[in-house]
Every structure is written in C-alpha cells, then in structure tokens.
Design a protein around this ligand. Structure first.
Ligand code: NAD
Length: 497
C-alpha cells in the first residue's frame, strides 16, 4: 500500500474554484464559502461559489462537450472511463486522504471503500458502454422500426457530503457511458474530491465540457435545476431537498433521479445465525459514523434471542475505536459538520430522555480530540418503540435503535410503517420465511442474511419517499437514455381519401 502522506489534519489549500471546459474557472460572483476539516473544526480553504454566469458557461461548455461525446463510438467512451478508473485506483491513497480531510471519515474506510467502490462502478460502465443497444421490430412486407437508445444531453449531478467522490463517480459513470455530458455540483460541505475527479477525467482523455464541476451551495444547485438546457437532474440528498428539486424540475419537465434518505429495518428471527446478524448490524449502524443513507437503523429482534443479541451488539460496538481519522487503526471519525453534530446530539439526548433502555452511550467528554472536532460516540438503545422520534426519523449518526417483536406478520407491518423505503434485511435460516419477508418489505434493496452487499451490477435506489429511479446496474442506463423509434417504409404510401 502507498502510505505516503499527501494530506493530513493540518493541510491548508488555496482557494478552490469550479472546473469547467477542461480547466479551473474563476467565478466573478465574489462569493466564497469555507470547507472545514471535521476533525478539528478548522477551515481547509475557501471555495468560490458559482453564480448565474458561471452556470450558463458550464451549460454552454457541456452542450459543446455533448456534441463531441454523443457522437464518439461507445467503445471509445468505455476506454476513457477505463483509463480514468485506472488513474483513480493508482491515486487511491492520495484521494482517500483528501476525502478524510474534507469529510472526517476514517482513513481505514476512505482508503478501502470510498474511491474503490466508485472505481468498481466506473469499470462496470466502461465494460458495458459498447453493449448499450436498442431494438428492432419487423412489420412485413414493407415496414420495420428501429428503437434507438439515445443520450439525454446535459445532465446535472448534485451530491451529498457523506460519500462525495463515490457519489460523483456513481452519477458520472453511467451518464458518460451513455454519451451524455454532466455538470456535477458537490455538496458545499465536501467540495474538494470532485475537482480531482474532473482533473482525472481530463487526464484520461475526456473531451473538454463533458464533465464540469460547479461549486456552490443550494442556490447554485437551484440555478442548475432551473436551467432550460439541462435535460436531467440526479440528486443524492435529503427528502425535503429531493422534493424541492423535483418540484423545480417540473417547470422545465426535466427527468429526475432522486437518491434520498432512509430508515431501514433489519429483522432478526429467533432461528438466525446470531454472529452473522451481529456482524452485519454493527457496520450497518456505525460505518461512516452512521452517515450512510441505507443504514439499517431500526433493528427488530425476535423475543427468543432478544437479550442474547443485545449483549453481543454491545460487546462488538465497544470494540469500535474512535479518534483521529488519519490514524489507520481508527474505525470511527467525527461527524461531517457542526450542523450534523448538533442534530445528532439532539437525537442522542432524546434517546437518553426516553424510556428506551440505553445499553451503550460512549462518553467522549474526557478525550482531547473530541473537544476540537465534531465527535460523538456510538449509542445503542433497546426496548425502543416505533413512534419514538429517534426511531422513526433519519438520524444520520451512530445511533442504533433495537425493537423487540413477536411474529412475522407483526414485524413486516412495523418495518413497512414508514414513508421511507431505501433498504432492509432479514436474518433467518428458514429460506421460505426469508423470501416471504424480503418480498413483503417495501424497499429498493433487501438482503437475506447480509447487509450492504452492493455489487456495481445491481440497481440501487428507493421505494416511497426514499427516491425515484435507480443508480448502478443496467437499470441506470434507462435513466440516462431516451428511446427514439424510427419507422421505415420500404413501399408506397397510399392516399388516405
Ligand atoms: P441535502 O439535501 O442538504 O443536500 C444535498 C445536495 O443538494 C447538496 O449539494 C446541496 O447543496 C443541494 N441542494 C440543496 N437544496 C437544493 C435545491 N433546492 N436545489 C438544488 N440543489 C440543492 O443533503 P445532505 O445533508 O448533503 O446529505 C444527507 C442526506 O442525503 C441524507 O438524508 C441521506 O440519507 C441522503 N443520502 C442518500 C443517499 C442515497 O443514495 N439514497 C446517499 C447518501 C446520502
């Protein structure tokens, strides 16, 4: 492993800009925002916020890029993605350190997951780019129809702060494989790594304008969503933001993909293999300091094994090492912002004040690192009720709620009693029950005896208010292309009247 130190907790960077038409672009708005290292609350750098003129330029550039890219042979598009994936892999450690600096996520995660799971998806679309195809129907004796799959045009990607570069890669890879151009706006909390992705795409041979990065807060996102020459918006973010983007997209009838929040159930039956269930439940709650949309934060455990599972969860959660995210032995870094810290602290307090049984509530008040950064420890509450706000609402922090249940019908009803439907899991050795429950869960991804297994070839996305459309797999191709029917008549056209 390349263990050179490219960035560390004390890294300061010059003012960052947008990246448009193959180079950095200075914005004249005069507005900047700061990005912070969550490990100590200090600013890493200022970032120039893009305004209307910058957005117009980015769209103009992306339209130019689209002209070239959409008429480039699909196999050649795949080769550019393949080259970009190779450079990203080569630079994994440097990019992981940058991501740790910007998000506060532990380097043990960013160096093994964030970039590499993006690369996996990029390689998948590089591989299938040349296989994207339409259809053909014969209408003898003189007619036939060709159904072509054409790219949409300029697509906008808008990212959340929990997996910044991975989200940028998950959105741009299928968009570009299909022949679209993309303008990506990273979250204002984590604006840095998308710029590296843009540089790497250029280095890999992507024509100017095919992948632009526009920096800014929600106002900049809104300018992109409003732009009449943008064909599609794919956003990863919270449910209220998704609703606002969808409503705004209706003005120009843009296509939308929404990857939003979750409050996913994990159901553990009495006959489950307990070690496997616990090994899945722990990271499904505490990975990325709990800031994962598809986390399984409502843990339903059948009464026969309830106390045994609780005991094991606490033992395993106590092994989580919290601290300096740049220390490779640390599992859990800080939350990604002060705003998120305040929100999670309020939910933790609500848990303590409720009549739920608090099994674990790691106190960090004596630790030096916690005084500087946005740290909270993992918490486990048992005997929770479905209607407790910290059980029902998305916390996006390391707070696990455990709820006892008695039978299958009851737990299915309770698991589905939410407006969200991103993911879910069932642990049981009874294959019939496993499949009955999996079929009954209202969620876009369901695992049987596992959690968070997400190969690049399977679709990911939400039911209900967790979203619309799908990322990854062949499914995303449908969301980045449109079908054109061309009917050819080989004979004569007869007079109608
Ligand atoms: P957020 O909704 O606050 O912001 C997401 C992005 O949208 C940011 O880039 C923001 O600037 C932009 N934005 C906000 N309002 C906008 C508007 N009106 N028009 C255009 N752009 C706008 O979300 P967040 O706090 O960055 O991320 C956390 C949320 O993201 C959680 O709810 C989490 O569940 C969700 N998430 C979902 C997935 C998924 O794949 N389903 C993955 C990661 C995170």
């Amino acid at each position: 492993m390349n263990d050179r130190q490219y960035f560390d907790a004390s890294s300061k960077l010059p003012t960052q800009q947008s990246y448009i038409h193959g180079r950095y672009h200075h914005s004249n708005t005069g507005q900047t925002f700061e990005t912070i290292y969550p490990g100590n609350g200090e600013a890493i750098c200022a970032v120039e916020a893009a305004g209307q003129a910058d957005v117009d330029y980015a769209v103009e550039s992306a339209l130019e890029g689209f002209k070239i890219w959409s008429t480039t042979h699909a196999a050649a598009r795949g080769k550019v993605l393949q080259r970009a994936a190779a450079i990203l892999t080569e630079r994994n450690m440097e990019l992981a350190q940058l991501e740790t600096l910007d998000t506060g996520k532990a380097i043990s995660e960013t160096s093994t997951v964030d970039i590499l799971t993006g690369v996996e998806v990029m390689e998948y679309y590089a591989g299938i780019a040349a296989a994207i195809k339409g259809d053909h129907l014969d209408f003898p004796p003189n007619g036939f129809a060709v159904m072509k799959r054409e790219p949409l045009g300029v697509c906008v990607g808008i990212g959340a702060w929990n997996y910044p570069i991975q989200i940028a890669m998950w959105k741009s890879s299928p968009a570009l494989a299909c022949g679209n151009s993309m303008i990506f706006k990273p979250s204002e909390y984590t604006p840095l790594s998308a710029l590296k992705l843009a540089e790497i795409y250029s280095e890999a041979g992507l024509p100017a304008g095919v992948f632009n990065v526009v920096q800014g807060e929600r106002e900049t996102g809104s300018l992109l969503v409003d732009h009449p020459q943008v064909a599609k918006v794919s956003i990863t973010g919270s449910v209220p933001t998704g609703k606002a983007v969808m409503a705004q997209s209706a003005n120009t009838l843009k296509k939308v993909t929404l990857e939003l929040g979750g409050k996913s159930p994990i159901i553990v039956f009495d006959d489950a293999q307990i070690d496997n269930a616990v090994n899945a439940i722990i990271p499904a709650n505490f990975y990325s300091t709990g800031q994962v949309c598809s986390n399984g934060t409502r843990v339903f455990v059948q009464r026969g094994i309830y106390e045994q599972v609780l005991e094991q969860l606490v033992v395993d959660a106590k092994r989580i090492k919290i601290g300096d995210p740049f220390d490779p032995s640390v599992h859990m870094g800080p939350l990604s912002s002060n705003m998120q810290l305040e929100k999670v602290k309020a939910y933790l307090q609500a848990g303590r004040d409720s009549d739920a049984r608090c099994l674990l509530d790691v106190d960090l008040s004596d630790s030096e690192f916690a005084a500087q950064g946005y740290f909270v420890g993992p918490a486990i509450f048992a005997d929770c009720r479905d209607d407790m706000p910290f059980v029902a609402e998305e916390v996006f922090g390391p707070l696990m709620s455990v709820l006892p249940f008695d039978d299958e019908a009851e737990v299915i009803e309770r698991a589905n009693a939410t407006e969200l439907g991103l993911a879910g899991a069932v642990f049981t050795m009874d294959i019939a029950r496993a499949n009955r429950v999996a079929n009954s869960l209202q969620a876009g991804s369901v695992w049987i005896n596992d959690y968070h297994a997400l190969p690049a070839s399977v679709p990911f996305g939400g039911y209900k208010q967790s979203g619309q459309g799908r990322e990854n797999g062949a499914a995303a191709i449908e969301h980045y292309t449109q079908v054109k029917m061309i009917y050819t008549n080989l004979g004569d056209v007869e007079a109608t009247y």
